[in-house]
Design a binder for this molecule. Structure first.
Ligand code: FO1
Length: 308
Protein backbone atom coordinates (compact mmCIF):
# COMPACT_ATOMS: atom_id res chain seq x y z
CA UNK A 1 0.00 0.00 0.00
CA UNK A 2 1.11 3.54 -0.81
CA UNK A 3 -0.34 6.26 1.44
CA UNK A 4 -0.43 9.82 0.11
CA UNK A 5 -0.97 12.88 2.33
CA UNK A 6 -3.01 15.24 0.15
CA UNK A 7 -4.28 18.75 -0.27
CA UNK A 8 -6.20 19.73 -3.41
CA UNK A 9 -5.20 20.39 -7.00
CA UNK A 10 -1.47 19.51 -6.84
CA UNK A 11 -2.21 16.33 -4.92
CA UNK A 12 -4.87 15.31 -7.45
CA UNK A 13 -2.40 15.68 -10.32
CA UNK A 14 0.19 13.65 -8.41
CA UNK A 15 -2.35 10.91 -7.59
CA UNK A 16 -3.37 10.62 -11.24
CA UNK A 17 0.28 9.91 -12.04
CA UNK A 18 0.55 7.45 -9.16
CA UNK A 19 -2.50 5.53 -10.40
CA UNK A 20 -0.68 5.00 -13.68
CA UNK A 21 2.07 3.09 -11.86
CA UNK A 22 0.26 1.48 -8.89
CA UNK A 23 -3.06 -0.38 -8.69
CA UNK A 24 -5.91 1.78 -7.36
CA UNK A 25 -6.55 -0.81 -4.66
CA UNK A 26 -3.01 -0.19 -3.38
CA UNK A 27 -3.44 3.55 -2.83
CA UNK A 28 -4.82 5.38 0.22
CA UNK A 29 -5.20 9.15 -0.08
CA UNK A 30 -5.40 10.93 3.28
CA UNK A 31 -6.92 14.30 2.57
CA UNK A 32 -6.97 17.72 4.20
CA UNK A 33 -10.37 18.90 5.46
CA UNK A 34 -9.17 22.20 6.94
CA UNK A 35 -10.47 23.96 3.80
CA UNK A 36 -13.98 22.66 4.48
CA UNK A 37 -16.84 25.10 4.94
CA UNK A 38 -20.59 25.34 5.46
CA UNK A 39 -22.52 27.50 3.01
CA UNK A 40 -26.35 27.74 2.75
CA UNK A 41 -26.41 24.94 5.32
CA UNK A 42 -24.38 22.66 3.01
CA UNK A 43 -21.21 20.81 4.11
CA UNK A 44 -18.52 21.39 1.48
CA UNK A 45 -15.18 19.52 1.36
CA UNK A 46 -13.14 21.10 -1.45
CA UNK A 47 -9.97 18.98 -1.27
CA UNK A 48 -11.91 15.70 -1.05
CA UNK A 49 -14.07 16.71 -4.02
CA UNK A 50 -11.13 18.03 -6.07
CA UNK A 51 -9.40 14.66 -5.76
CA UNK A 52 -12.52 12.64 -6.61
CA UNK A 53 -13.49 14.88 -9.53
CA UNK A 54 -9.95 14.99 -10.90
CA UNK A 55 -9.19 11.26 -10.66
CA UNK A 56 -12.54 10.36 -12.25
CA UNK A 57 -11.85 12.70 -15.18
CA UNK A 58 -14.86 14.83 -14.23
CA UNK A 59 -13.10 17.99 -13.11
CA UNK A 60 -12.99 21.39 -14.76
CA UNK A 61 -9.58 21.33 -16.46
CA UNK A 62 -9.05 25.10 -16.37
CA UNK A 63 -9.69 25.68 -12.67
CA UNK A 64 -8.68 22.27 -11.32
CA UNK A 65 -11.72 22.33 -9.01
CA UNK A 66 -15.44 21.75 -9.55
CA UNK A 67 -16.97 19.76 -12.38
CA UNK A 68 -16.51 20.19 -16.13
CA UNK A 69 -19.44 21.38 -18.23
CA UNK A 70 -20.90 23.15 -15.24
CA UNK A 71 -23.91 25.46 -15.29
CA UNK A 72 -24.45 28.20 -12.69
CA UNK A 73 -28.24 28.60 -12.56
CA UNK A 74 -28.43 28.15 -8.79
CA UNK A 75 -25.71 30.78 -8.23
CA UNK A 76 -27.50 33.23 -10.52
CA UNK A 77 -30.78 32.56 -8.73
CA UNK A 78 -29.06 33.17 -5.37
CA UNK A 79 -27.75 36.51 -6.63
CA UNK A 80 -31.36 37.64 -6.79
CA UNK A 81 -31.47 37.49 -2.95
CA UNK A 82 -28.10 39.16 -2.55
CA UNK A 83 -26.85 35.91 -0.99
CA UNK A 84 -23.04 35.46 -0.93
CA UNK A 85 -21.94 33.82 -4.18
CA UNK A 86 -18.19 34.54 -3.99
CA UNK A 87 -17.58 30.82 -3.47
CA UNK A 88 -18.77 29.43 -6.79
CA UNK A 89 -20.91 26.27 -6.54
CA UNK A 90 -21.93 24.84 -9.92
CA UNK A 91 -25.31 23.13 -10.36
CA UNK A 92 -23.78 19.65 -10.63
CA UNK A 93 -21.27 20.31 -7.84
CA UNK A 94 -24.22 21.26 -5.63
CA UNK A 95 -25.51 17.68 -5.90
CA UNK A 96 -22.37 16.45 -4.16
CA UNK A 97 -22.86 18.92 -1.32
CA UNK A 98 -26.59 18.14 -1.07
CA UNK A 99 -25.83 14.41 -0.89
CA UNK A 100 -23.00 14.79 1.63
CA UNK A 101 -25.07 17.11 3.83
CA UNK A 102 -28.08 14.78 3.75
CA UNK A 103 -25.98 11.73 4.63
CA UNK A 104 -24.17 13.54 7.46
CA UNK A 105 -27.59 14.59 8.71
CA UNK A 106 -28.60 10.92 8.78
CA UNK A 107 -25.64 10.23 11.07
CA UNK A 108 -23.10 8.97 8.51
CA UNK A 109 -19.49 9.99 9.13
CA UNK A 110 -17.52 12.07 6.63
CA UNK A 111 -15.40 8.96 5.94
CA UNK A 112 -18.51 6.91 5.12
CA UNK A 113 -20.00 9.57 2.86
CA UNK A 114 -16.66 10.10 1.12
CA UNK A 115 -16.41 6.36 0.41
CA UNK A 116 -19.92 6.48 -1.13
CA UNK A 117 -18.98 9.45 -3.30
CA UNK A 118 -15.67 7.83 -4.36
CA UNK A 119 -17.49 4.68 -5.42
CA UNK A 120 -20.26 6.65 -7.15
CA UNK A 121 -17.51 8.26 -9.28
CA UNK A 122 -16.18 4.80 -10.14
CA UNK A 123 -12.86 5.07 -8.29
CA UNK A 124 -11.09 2.13 -6.62
CA UNK A 125 -8.55 3.86 -4.39
CA UNK A 126 -9.31 4.76 -0.77
CA UNK A 127 -9.94 8.48 -0.24
CA UNK A 128 -10.08 9.21 3.47
CA UNK A 129 -10.56 12.56 5.25
CA UNK A 130 -7.85 13.28 7.81
CA UNK A 131 -10.58 13.34 10.50
CA UNK A 132 -14.33 12.87 10.77
CA UNK A 133 -14.33 15.70 13.29
CA UNK A 134 -14.53 19.37 12.39
CA UNK A 135 -11.11 20.97 11.83
CA UNK A 136 -11.02 24.44 10.23
CA UNK A 137 -8.01 26.37 9.01
CA UNK A 138 -8.16 29.93 10.35
CA UNK A 139 -5.93 32.62 8.84
CA UNK A 140 -4.84 35.66 10.88
CA UNK A 141 -4.23 38.68 8.64
CA UNK A 142 -1.85 41.60 9.10
CA UNK A 143 -5.02 43.74 9.33
CA UNK A 144 -5.68 42.03 12.68
CA UNK A 145 -8.76 40.10 11.61
CA UNK A 146 -8.96 36.31 11.37
CA UNK A 147 -10.77 34.71 8.44
CA UNK A 148 -11.66 31.23 7.27
CA UNK A 149 -9.44 29.53 4.73
CA UNK A 150 -11.86 30.07 1.86
CA UNK A 151 -12.37 33.73 2.74
CA UNK A 152 -8.57 34.08 2.57
CA UNK A 153 -8.05 31.94 -0.52
CA UNK A 154 -11.12 32.83 -2.62
CA UNK A 155 -12.89 35.91 -1.27
CA UNK A 156 -9.65 37.84 -0.67
CA UNK A 157 -7.87 35.97 -3.48
CA UNK A 158 -5.05 35.45 -0.93
CA UNK A 159 -3.90 38.97 -1.85
CA UNK A 160 -3.32 39.80 1.81
CA UNK A 161 -0.43 39.34 4.24
CA UNK A 162 -0.79 36.52 6.77
CA UNK A 163 0.63 36.67 10.30
CA UNK A 164 -0.50 33.26 11.60
CA UNK A 165 -2.40 30.12 10.65
CA UNK A 166 -4.13 27.79 13.07
CA UNK A 167 -6.19 24.62 12.70
CA UNK A 168 -9.22 25.14 14.90
CA UNK A 169 -10.48 21.89 16.42
CA UNK A 170 -7.44 19.76 15.55
CA UNK A 171 -6.36 19.23 19.15
CA UNK A 172 -9.73 17.58 19.89
CA UNK A 173 -10.02 15.82 16.53
CA UNK A 174 -9.59 12.07 16.13
CA UNK A 175 -7.87 10.72 13.03
CA UNK A 176 -10.50 9.19 10.76
CA UNK A 177 -10.73 5.38 10.97
CA UNK A 178 -7.79 3.77 9.19
CA UNK A 179 -5.69 6.93 8.88
CA UNK A 180 -3.02 6.07 11.46
CA UNK A 181 -3.08 2.42 10.38
CA UNK A 182 -2.52 3.36 6.72
CA UNK A 183 0.24 5.83 7.56
CA UNK A 184 1.93 3.25 9.79
CA UNK A 185 1.58 0.15 7.63
CA UNK A 186 2.04 1.52 4.09
CA UNK A 187 5.24 0.43 2.34
CA UNK A 188 5.80 4.07 1.42
CA UNK A 189 4.18 7.36 2.40
CA UNK A 190 4.31 10.32 0.04
CA UNK A 191 3.51 13.89 1.06
CA UNK A 192 1.99 15.25 -2.15
CA UNK A 193 3.09 18.57 -3.72
CA UNK A 194 0.48 20.54 -1.80
CA UNK A 195 0.83 23.72 0.21
CA UNK A 196 2.95 22.66 3.22
CA UNK A 197 1.35 25.32 5.46
CA UNK A 198 -2.39 25.17 4.81
CA UNK A 199 -2.85 21.81 3.04
CA UNK A 200 -0.30 19.47 4.61
CA UNK A 201 -0.20 21.37 7.92
CA UNK A 202 -3.79 20.54 8.94
CA UNK A 203 -3.22 16.81 8.30
CA UNK A 204 -0.05 16.87 10.43
CA UNK A 205 -1.97 18.68 13.18
CA UNK A 206 -4.40 15.76 13.69
CA UNK A 207 -3.29 13.96 16.89
CA UNK A 208 -1.10 10.95 16.18
CA UNK A 209 -0.35 11.71 12.52
CA UNK A 210 2.94 13.52 13.04
CA UNK A 211 4.14 10.84 15.50
CA UNK A 212 3.30 7.96 13.14
CA UNK A 213 5.14 9.64 10.26
CA UNK A 214 8.14 10.60 12.42
CA UNK A 215 8.45 6.98 13.57
CA UNK A 216 8.77 5.79 9.96
CA UNK A 217 10.24 8.93 8.40
CA UNK A 218 12.93 6.91 6.57
CA UNK A 219 10.22 5.63 4.18
CA UNK A 220 8.38 8.93 3.86
CA UNK A 221 9.14 11.19 0.93
CA UNK A 222 7.71 14.59 0.03
CA UNK A 223 7.43 16.32 -3.32
CA UNK A 224 8.28 19.99 -3.11
CA UNK A 225 5.41 22.29 -4.18
CA UNK A 226 8.00 25.08 -4.49
CA UNK A 227 10.01 25.15 -7.73
CA UNK A 228 12.79 27.71 -8.18
CA UNK A 229 11.54 29.70 -5.19
CA UNK A 230 7.92 29.92 -6.29
CA UNK A 231 4.67 27.99 -5.90
CA UNK A 232 3.33 26.55 -9.15
CA UNK A 233 -0.16 27.54 -8.05
CA UNK A 234 -1.57 29.37 -5.02
CA UNK A 235 0.10 31.20 -2.13
CA UNK A 236 2.50 28.53 -0.76
CA UNK A 237 5.60 30.65 -1.42
CA UNK A 238 4.19 33.78 0.22
CA UNK A 239 2.75 31.86 3.17
CA UNK A 240 6.11 30.21 3.90
CA UNK A 241 7.82 33.63 3.87
CA UNK A 242 5.08 35.30 5.92
CA UNK A 243 5.31 32.57 8.56
CA UNK A 244 9.08 32.88 8.96
CA UNK A 245 10.18 30.08 6.64
CA UNK A 246 11.73 30.54 3.19
CA UNK A 247 10.06 29.86 -0.15
CA UNK A 248 12.70 27.45 -1.40
CA UNK A 249 13.31 23.72 -1.42
CA UNK A 250 15.46 24.30 1.68
CA UNK A 251 12.53 26.02 3.37
CA UNK A 252 10.19 23.17 2.46
CA UNK A 253 12.77 20.68 3.75
CA UNK A 254 12.93 22.56 7.05
CA UNK A 255 9.11 22.50 7.26
CA UNK A 256 8.86 18.74 6.65
CA UNK A 257 12.13 17.28 7.93
CA UNK A 258 10.47 15.88 11.08
CA UNK A 259 8.13 13.66 9.06
CA UNK A 260 9.97 12.87 5.82
CA UNK A 261 13.52 11.75 5.01
CA UNK A 262 13.51 12.50 1.27
CA UNK A 263 12.51 15.61 -0.64
CA UNK A 264 11.88 15.32 -4.37
CA UNK A 265 12.73 18.58 -6.11
CA UNK A 266 12.59 19.86 -9.67
CA UNK A 267 15.62 20.02 -11.96
CA UNK A 268 15.40 23.82 -11.63
CA UNK A 269 16.57 23.33 -8.03
CA UNK A 270 19.39 20.88 -8.60
CA UNK A 271 21.78 23.63 -7.41
CA UNK A 272 19.99 23.62 -4.04
CA UNK A 273 20.39 19.95 -3.14
CA UNK A 274 22.87 21.01 -0.43
CA UNK A 275 20.22 23.21 1.22
CA UNK A 276 17.89 20.21 1.48
CA UNK A 277 20.62 17.89 2.78
CA UNK A 278 21.55 20.40 5.48
CA UNK A 279 18.01 19.91 6.82
CA UNK A 280 18.85 16.22 7.30
CA UNK A 281 16.81 15.20 4.28
CA UNK A 282 18.10 13.40 1.21
CA UNK A 283 17.26 15.12 -2.03
CA UNK A 284 16.18 13.55 -5.31
CA UNK A 285 16.10 15.65 -8.46
CA UNK A 286 13.62 14.96 -11.26
CA UNK A 287 10.92 16.72 -13.27
CA UNK A 288 8.24 17.74 -10.78
CA UNK A 289 6.19 20.13 -12.95
CA UNK A 290 3.35 17.80 -13.95
CA UNK A 291 2.58 19.29 -17.35
CA UNK A 292 1.14 15.93 -18.47
CA UNK A 293 0.21 12.49 -17.20
CA UNK A 294 3.51 10.84 -18.12
CA UNK A 295 5.52 13.41 -16.15
CA UNK A 296 3.15 12.84 -13.22
CA UNK A 297 3.60 9.06 -13.51
CA UNK A 298 7.39 9.40 -13.62
CA UNK A 299 7.30 11.74 -10.62
CA UNK A 300 5.15 9.24 -8.72
CA UNK A 301 7.60 6.44 -9.50
CA UNK A 302 10.49 8.54 -8.20
CA UNK A 303 8.55 9.63 -5.11
CA UNK A 304 7.73 6.06 -4.10
CA UNK A 305 11.38 5.16 -4.25
CA UNK A 306 12.08 4.52 -7.90
CA UNK A 307 15.31 5.63 -9.52
CA UNK A 308 15.43 9.37 -10.21
N1 FO1 B 1 -11.55 28.26 -5.77
C1 FO1 B 1 -11.67 29.55 -6.23
O1 FO1 B 1 -10.63 30.19 -6.46
N2 FO1 B 1 -12.89 30.14 -6.47
C2 FO1 B 1 -14.06 29.49 -6.22
O2 FO1 B 1 -15.15 30.05 -6.41
C3 FO1 B 1 -13.98 28.11 -5.77
C4 FO1 B 1 -15.13 27.36 -5.56
C5 FO1 B 1 -14.99 26.00 -5.22
C6 FO1 B 1 -16.12 25.19 -5.09
C7 FO1 B 1 -15.99 23.85 -4.76
C8 FO1 B 1 -14.72 23.30 -4.56
O3 FO1 B 1 -14.58 21.98 -4.26
C9 FO1 B 1 -13.56 24.09 -4.67
C10 FO1 B 1 -13.69 25.45 -5.00
N3 FO1 B 1 -12.56 26.26 -5.14
C11 FO1 B 1 -12.68 27.56 -5.56
C12 FO1 B 1 -11.19 25.73 -4.82
C13 FO1 B 1 -11.07 25.77 -3.31
O4 FO1 B 1 -10.85 27.11 -2.88
C14 FO1 B 1 -9.91 24.87 -2.76
O5 FO1 B 1 -9.96 24.91 -1.41
C15 FO1 B 1 -8.53 25.31 -3.31
O6 FO1 B 1 -8.40 24.66 -4.51
C16 FO1 B 1 -7.40 24.91 -2.35
O7 FO1 B 1 -7.36 23.53 -2.21
Amino acid sequence: VIAVVCGGVGAARFLSGLLDVVEQSEVVAIVNTGDDLELYGLSISPDLDTIVYSLSGSSNAETGWGLSGETWAAMEALDRFGAPTWFRLGDRDLATHLYRTARLGEGATLSQVTAEIVSAFGLGLAVVPMSDDKVRTRVALASGEEVSFQEYFVKLAHAVRVTAVRFEGSAMAAPAPGVLEALGAAERVVIAPSNPVVSIGPVLSVPGVRDVLAARRATVSAVSPIVAGAALKGPADRLLEELGATASVGGVAKWLTGVAATLVVDRADEGRVGEVESEQMSCVVTDTVMRNRSVAARLAEVAIGGTP
